[in-house]
Design a protein around this ligand. Structure first.
Ligand code: ZN
Length: 122
């Protein structure tokens, strides 16, 4: 079985097995590089990641304010509990989106298989 001709970030050769018609695995194929960076930037821009970053920032600020004596500990405890619940809601939303995306991809593969196409797992 041929192996991917790409190299891993540490410089060692990629060990993924590729089909005979491919030189690179999905992660290293120059032809899919544009799509990969689109996917990555889409994920970074997504609402849950922005919300997570904002909540993390808020929690850090809260911790600093408590340590500096600018916020009462009781108020900070309540605020961090609320932010914790909010974080779980954002995480739940992220999971649902992830599942929807995976389901969409499975459905696309199934449609392709029904049309007699070969499913290529790369
Ligand atoms: Zn590879």
């Amino acid at each position: 079985m041929p192996r991917c001709a790409g190299t891993k970030p540490d410089g060692s050769p990629c060990e993924r097995i590729v089909s005979a018609s491919h030189t690179y695995c999905f992660a290293h194929d120059p032809a899919t590089a544009a799509q990969r960076s689109r996917n990555a930037s889409k994920a970074a821009r997504s609402k849950p990641s922005r919300e997570l970053a904002a909540v993390k920032e808020r929690l850090r600020g809260l911790a600093e304010d408590v340590l500096a004596g600018e916020v009462e500990q009781e108020a900070a405890a309540v605020a961090s509990r609320i932010l914790g619940v909010y974080l779980r809601a954002v995480e739940q939303e992220r999971k649902v989106r992830e599942q929807e995306e995976i389901l969409g991809r499975i459905e696309a593969l199934e449609r392709r298989a029904e049309q007699g196409g070969r499913i290529g797992w790369r």
